[in-house]
Design a protein around this ligand. Structure first.
Ligand SMILES: N[C@@H](CCC(=O)N[C@@H](CS)C(=O)NCC(=O)O)C(=O)O
Length: 194
């Protein structure tokens, strides 16, 4: 789905790597990830899924990023850098996406999403905690790992660059704002249409 940050990660990596691909739009709002046909592709009922030509299906956006980039400069050959990249991918999935992405979903797409103010408030606090961790890490740095764009940046950019749709502000996070601008201006980088 084009507006999904998790799907945006995959489109970004494929474009940066100049890979040919077919994009099949699957709309979660219409229940298209819960049909028996889709559940055969991903029993967890979620997008994105990378489908290989031999019929193999790979779900989980950050696993797909690894699969696509493992032998390219968007990953790393160095064990410590690989580990740092994984560290930020796990951070993104546990401490960032569940709050930053979910508030965007609730505020922009869910029919009654603005009604549950205690969930929005809790997610806002935890999302800002994630941005403060990123802010400290990015002091004096242009990228998350190794001073070049890697899948750590691609994964964190996906929901950060549209976080304002979920009520987040970068006024208190100048390093995050600078990093966002830096990633946005990377050749061939794409943004989610707003
Ligand atoms: N951990 C998964 C999360 C995937 C995910 O939450 N996908 C959403 C769209 S962004 C989805 O398919 N939601 C439908 C549902 O949960 O019913 C990943 O990184 O790929």
């Amino acid at each position: 789905m084009t507006v999904s940050g998790n799907c945006h990660k995959i489109r970004t990596a494929l474009i940066l790597l100049d890979q040919q691909f077919e994009w099949i739009e699957v709309d979660t709002r219409k229940g298209e990830t819960k049909t028996s046909e889709f559940l055969k592709i991903n029993p967890n009922g979620k997008i994105p899924v990378l489908q290989l030509e031999d019929g193999t299906n790979i779900p989980e956006s950050n696993a797909i990023l690894y699969y696509l980039t493992r032998d390219t400069p968007l990953f790393s050959k160095d064990l410590l850098e690989q580990t740092r990249i994984l560290e930020w991918l796990f951070f993104e999935q546990y401490s960032h996406e569940p709050f930053v992405a979910v508030n965007r979903w609730l505020m922009k797409y869910a029919a009654d999403g603005r009604e549950n103010s205690s969930v929005l408030e809790n997610n806002h606090i935890k999302g800002n905690k994630a941005f403060s961790v990123m802010e400290d890490h990015l002091r004096g740095k242009n990228f998350f790992v190794g001073e070049r764009l890697t899948i750590a940046d691609i994964a964190l950019y996906a929901y950060s660059h549209v976080a304002e749709d979920g009520g987040f502000s970068f006024d208190g996070f100048p390093n995050v704002r600078r990093w966002l601008e830096n990633v946005r201006s990377f050749p061939k980088m794409i943004s989610i249409p707003r």
